[in-house]
Write a protein that binds this ligand. Structure first.
Ligand SMILES: [Ca+2]
Ligand SMILES: [Ca+2]
Ligand SMILES: [Ca+2]
Length: 138
């Protein structure tokens, strides 16, 4: 009985980079969950581009972030804490948790979203294009 290395829980977790940083946190954003066959970088972008015009406005970004917050806040107490935070990679969590109390308030969450938005909009036209989103590091 020689076991041929079967595919036991292959750690195939392509790092999702190049999409807006917060999309990482939202992880979810693209609801569709297209099972990552290579290349199909998560389309966090489409999730934020609510009207599908190819760019994300500040309003679209904040609305999507607010929706995501509501979805993530399972017990509806206005905070993300405990199990609600499990899907956030630690570095993302640390970045959002401005006051370091281990929980994310809605303000922290949206404040961080706005930061991300501004960082990804170098020309300050209040729109993040797909190219800007891709260029914008984590
Ligand atoms: Ca748009
Ligand atoms: Ca909560
Ligand atoms: Ca906090």
């Amino acid at each position: 009985m020689n076991r041929v290395g079967e595919n036991s829980g292959k750690p195939r977790r392509p790092r999702r980079r190049g999409v807006l940083p917060l999309a990482l946190a939202l992880g979810c954003a693209g609801g569709g969950g297209a099972g990552g066959a290579g290349g199909g970088a998560v389309d966090g972008f489409a999730a934020f581009d609510r009207d599908g015009d190819g760019s994300i406005t500040r309003l679209e970004y904040l609305q999507t972030s607010a929706d995501a917050f509501a979805r993530l806040d399972a017990n509806r107490d206005g905070w993300l804490a405990g199990a609600e935070l499990e899907r956030f990679p630690p570095e993302v969590r640390a970045r959002i948790d401005a006051d370091r109390d281990g929980a994310l308030s809605r303000d922290e969450f949206l404040g961080s979203a706005l930061d991300s938005f501004l960082r990804c909009d170098p020309d300050r036209d209040d729109r993040v294009t797909r190219a800007e989103a891709q260029a914008c590091g984590p």
